[in-house]
Every structure is written in structure tokens, then in C-alpha cells.
Design a protein around this ligand. Structure first.
Ligand code: TYD
Ligand code: MG
Length: 460
């Protein structure tokens, strides 16, 4: 019998090592190498190396028909958007996200909505009864949806041959295994080989396949970072589990842009599409009478999104000042506080500062800076920011107000939602004012000037 060939794979990034070592040479993580058998029995075919396409003759580029990839437009417009305009035939989509975020719900709901199509939903995580119970919560019915609780890839391929579905969903890639590899399900070589077999079905038969992938705490699609480059599209599903809003982001897409996002709300009866996101991230309950609240006009992907930033500044309670930020980068908050201290003389070293972005979203847009510093000043001096005011500018290290990208759609969104004044960098003022007549555009060049204009000299 042939000797088993084993190598050591890093379970984080998939780098292969011939010998065990404490630290992965690829991603520098410690204690992540695990021995895996890469060759099982002599009967195995080196499957991963076969051509994905049966017709691999060279062709003239001018003779290739680019329009031959039809798209399936789903009833879910948010999902169409993140895929770049519907599901492409033969595409393999990996949906990543932390456990419990709603990946299974999203794909089951999609399968139920596509009632004209025959769909095979394979779950290695839940029993058929559990899937049925979940499906009963969702108000769509698809009589052509087949459900299988199966983890063996060869069996799944058999199901495909019997049923010939139009779409396959595999939940999740970490639970399935192929007989040709001896290592455990979820290990790098198993995930890679199983995915390669699934992808072959998609490419040979031109059917779309969706795979769920779990994400580790570090934010990688667990173990198989390797998967990201063999699939066509990578979507990540994110959000705060204690909050009901969820965002699907496109991190890679061979059939569309990667700037798109889709927004959903998790309800008791499945996921609801959120087509007008700004309205939900602004709590309308008479906030114009509270201090510590400022509205920022941000961009998520290509969509303008008005979001409420809240700050609470209190005298230092014990020892070191506390800084806490929900939905915002803590280091950026520290930077903004340092700029406020150095350039405007605010004594923030003796204050605790807490920041919160409404709706449980995590936003990295620098255009949030100006709203955030204004909410901090507003809380510190207990001064209310005038109603219907919105901010869209970055704050630099010298306290200068910097321009941001794609200002126009941000102003347009604020105007549409009835805001009366927007603060932007004076460098971006130029000819913008003529384009908008219902909103006043105020340019500011320095932090102090901004505070002066917003609070009318009271925030010294
Ligand atoms: P799930 O889709 O199982 O998450 P994942 O597959 O990413 O691990 O479900 C996430 C949560 O959503 C779960 O706690 C139950 C909740 N949920 C609802 O709130 N409403 C619903 O209609 C359904 C089906 C689930
Ligand atoms: Mg699940």
C-alpha cells in the first residue's frame, strides 16, 4: 500500500509547510499548523488539476461571445445589487459571515423566493426538520425546493445528477467532505478539494452554486482563505447580532463591481430588504432637542447613508480616561480627540468619551469625522446642534477640514430627506451650491471655524 503523504497546513491562511513549525511562515500566526493527509489511496485521481471546462481549445478573443452569460434576476433587489445585477449562470458565490448572523436564512429565503426554479439546498449543519421549521417562518413558498441534510460531496454530486436542479446551495463548505481526502471536514485540504469538486459542477453544467463559509474571529473565511480566489464572488454578511440590521458586502466579484452593499433587517419572519437605508439609521424621535447627537452623510459602497453619531462626554471617573466606540474605529477616535485637544484646547484628558453609531453598523468612512467631533463638543458643553443639520467632511491632523470623495450624492441624499444645512470642506465648495437649492452648503476650513459656525461661539 502506498505510503500516506502528509503536509502541514496553516488553518488560518492555508499556507502549506512540509514540516511542523510553531509559526506559520505565511500569515505569522502561532500554533495554527495541522497535519493533513493529502493523498489517500492509489485509486484517487488528482481531481483538482482537471480542466474546469471541457472545451479548452484556444479561441480568438473576437470570436468569444461575451453576452453568452445570462443572468437570473431574483425578486430580492438587494441581492441582485450585490451580485452586480442578478445571478450569473455557472457562477460560484461564497457567502461568509460569523455564526448566527443569518447566512442560512438569507440563502433559504432566496431559494424560497425563486419559486420558478428547481433548487437543491444541501445542509451539513441542520436536519431536514430544522430547515423546514426555518422555512415555515419565511413567507415564501417554493414547491420545487429540494432539501438534503448531507455532508458527503460524492452523494451531493449524485443528488445533482438525479435532480438536475437550476441552483445548488451548500451550507456550509466547512461541513462537507470528499472521500478522496482523509483529513477531517473543515480542514484546509478537505475544504479546498470539496470546493474544487463543487466548482466543477458549476462550470461544467453552467449552474450557479452558493456556498456558505464561516468566518473566524480574525475576520477570515475560516481556514480556507484559499477559497477566496477559486470562487467567482465573495460576499460577506455582517452586522451586530444584537441589532437587527445586516449588510451584505461584495468583497470580490468577477461579474460586477465590489463597491456594492445590500441592507437587510432581520425580522421574526425572515430578512426584509431595506431599500431606503437612511430613514432607519436616523431615529426620528425628536432628537433635535438632545445634545451629543450629530448626523453624518456617509457612503457605504456606492450608497449614500445618513447616520446618527452619538457622543457622551463625562468627567473622568477613575484613573485613566475611558474611550469607547461602538461602530467606529477606536484609534481614529483617539486621533480625533488628540486633534481637538491640541488644536482647539479642549481638555479631553480629564474626560471619559463614549461614541455610538445608530443601527449597529460599523462605518469606516472618514466623512464621519466632522459629525463625530461636533457630537463630542455638543455633549461636552451640553449644546444642541441645530435641527436638520448634517456633516460630511474629514478632519486632518492639523485640525483642517478635508475634502471627501463623492460629495454630490451625499448632499443629494441629505436634501432628499429634508435637511436644511450641510457642512463640508471649504475646498469642495466651488460650484456645488448652484446644484442644490433646498439645502444650504456651508464650507469650513478649520475645526475651530466649524465649531464657531455650528455652536455660534458658545463652545469655547
Ligand atoms: P442563521 O441563518 O441560522 O445564521 P447563520 O446561518 O449565519 O449561522 O440565523 C440567524 C438568527 O436569525 C438566528 O438567531 C434566528 C434568527 N432568525 C430570525 O430572527 N428570524 C427568522 O425569520 C429566522 C429564520 C431566523
Ligand atoms: Mg447557518
Amino acid at each position: 500500500m502506498a505510503k500516506l503523504k502528509t503536509v502541514y497546513f496553516c488553518q488560518e491562511c492555508g499556507t502549506q509547510h512540509l514540516k511542523w513549525q510553531g509559526q506559520c511562515s505565511g500569515c505569522k500566526a502561532w500554533n495554527t499548523l495541522v497535519e493533513e493527509v493529502v493523498e489517500a489511496s492509489p485509486k484517487q485521481q488528482p481531481t483538482g488539476k482537471q480542466s474546469l471546462n471541457n472545451r479548452s481549445e484556444p479561441k480568438l478573443i473576437s470570436e468569444i461571445d461575451a453576452a453568452s452569460r445570462p443572468r437570473l434576476i431574483t425578486p430580492d433587489s438587494e441581492f441582485n445589487r450585490v451580485l452586480g445585477g442578478g445571478i450569473t449562470a455557472g457562477s460560484v458565490v461564497l457567502l461568509g459571515g460569523e455564526p448566527g448572523i443569518g447566512k442560512s436564512t438569507l440563502l433559504l429565503q432566496l431559494a424560497l423566493q425563486l419559486s420558478k426554479y428547481k433548487i437543491l439546498y444541501v445542509s451539513g449543519e441542520e436536519s431536514e426538520q430544522q430547515i423546514k421549521m426555518r422555512a415555515e417562518r419565511i413567507p415564501f413558498v417554493n414547491n420545487n425546493l429540494y432539501v438534503a441534510a448531507e455532508t458527503n460531496i460524492e452523494r451531493i454530486i449524485e443528488f445533482y445528477k438525479q435532480l438536475k436542479p437550476d441552483i445548488i446551495v451548500i451550507d456550509s463548505i466547512q461541513t462537507v467532505y470528499t472521500d478522496f481526502i482523509e483529513s477531517a471536514p473543515g480542514s484546509v485540504s478537505q475544504v479546498r478539494e470539496s470546493a474544487a469538486r463543487i466548482i466543477r459542477i458549476a462550470k461544467e453544467h453552467h449552474i450557479p452554486i452558493f456556498m456558505v463559509g464561516h468566518i473566524t474571529k480574525e475576520g477570515m473565511i475560516a481556514g480556507p482563505k484559499v477559497l477566496e480566489h477559486i470562487v467567482d464572488t465573495v460576499l460577506t454578511f455582517e452586522g451586530d447580532r444584537h441589532n437587527s440590521y445586516r449588510i451584505v458586502r461584495t468583497t470580490k466579484n468577477r461579474f460586477g463591481g465590489t463597491m456594492e452593499i445590500g441592507i437587510y433587517e432581520m425580522r421574526a419572519n425572515g430578512l426584509r430588504e431595506v431599500t431606503n437605508p437612511s430613514e432607519i439609521f436616523l431615529s426620528n424621535a425628536g432628537l433635535d432637542t438632545f445634545s451629543g447627537v450629530a448626523i453624518a452623510s456617509t457612503l457605504e459602497g456606492l450608497r449614500p447613508l445618513l447616520i446618527e453619531t452619538q457622543a457622551l462626554v463625562t468627567p473622568l471617573m477613575y484613573g485613566n480616561p475611558q474611550r469607547s466606540a461602538t461602530g467606529f474605529d477606536l484609534r481614529r477616535l483617539s486621533m480625533l480627540l488628540a486633534v481637538m485637544e491640541k488644536r482647539c484646547g479642549f481638555k479631553l484628558g480629564t474626560k471619559d468619551v463614549f461614541i455610538n453609531l445608530a443601527g449597529g453598523l460599523r462605518i469606516e468612512d472618514p466623512a464621519l469625522d466632522l459629525a463625530l467631533v461636533c457630537s463630542i463638543v455638543s455633549s461636552m458643553h451640553d449644546l444642541v446642534i441645530p435641527a436638520k443639520t448634517v456633516f460630511a467632511a474629514e478632519v486632518g491632523l492639523s485640525g483642517e477640514i478635508r475634502p471627501i470623495s463623492r460629495l454630490e450624492p451625499r448632499i443629494a441624499e441629505a436634501e432628499k430627506l429634508g435637511f436644511k444645512e450641510i457642512y463640508v470642506s471649504s475646498l469642495q465648495l466651488t460650484d456645488l451650491s448652484q446644484k442644490f437649492d433646498k439645502i444650504k452648503i456651508t464650507g469650513v476650513s478649520k475645526l475651530q471655524e466649524a465649531f464657531q459656525k455650528v455652536f455660534g461661539g458658545q463652545a469655547e
